[in-house]
Design a binder for this molecule. Sequence first.
Ligand code: F6R
Length: 255
Amino acid sequence: MRVFIMKTAEEASKTAADVMEKAVRAKPELVIGLATGSTPLGLYNEMIRRCKEDGLDFSRASSFNLDEYFGVRPDHPCSYRRFMNENLFDHINIDKARTHVPDGMAADIEAHCRLYDKMIHDAGNVDVQVLGIGSDGHIGFNEPTCSLASRTHRIYLTEQTRRDNARFFDKLDDVPTQAITMGIGTILESRTCLMLAFGANKADAVAGMIEGPVTAMNPASALQYHNDTVVFIDEAAASKLKLRGYYDAAAAAAL
Ligand code: F6R
């Protein structure tokens, strides 16, 4: 993993946007993996700005989102489809027909999950996968003890995740208990993973992901087996890392 510790989330988001921009300019048909939540918003705002002001062209790109709440309609105010439309797709020139979010209302969930993996595979796999990390170490909605080889599947959410995400809902009871998520195995097939994490409440999860043993108790630690993961974090999220000096030296050497 290459670890870049930035002074602010804003700086980290802009640097992540540089990686995204370079990738889209090099390959206009880029297959982009996307995440929801608070963390990628700075990156998405920067992608929007660069599309509008710098002509960054997403017209030939396609996207696959990591996850969606189970039992939630795409037009529900808290659905991840709606989140993506409002926070990114409505503001860049991507063809919405080529944006994919798992269908939380699929009649046959097992078949839908298999189809989602097949669509990713048929698209040539994800080129750049944007990731955030849960305070319990989840990526996508792969919760602790989830198989590190998992494919897209339905999962029961931890209480901690539901509490963390309750801010998007009127009350905790409204937060769905289940979701559909790309599996860890699916995520590991992405060519580049772009992990962002900000704030002190991510510090334990981030330390486990980068320096801890690979364990299903911290699903993000599976990224230690991925050969092109770039981590952009702020000072607070980096506060529990032991090898801080090493990461800074390697970053200064522009590795
Ligand atoms: C959402 C997702 C999750 C979030 C994680 C962090 O699509 O994949 O893994 O990235 O829960 O959420 P925030 O960014 O809201 O702290």
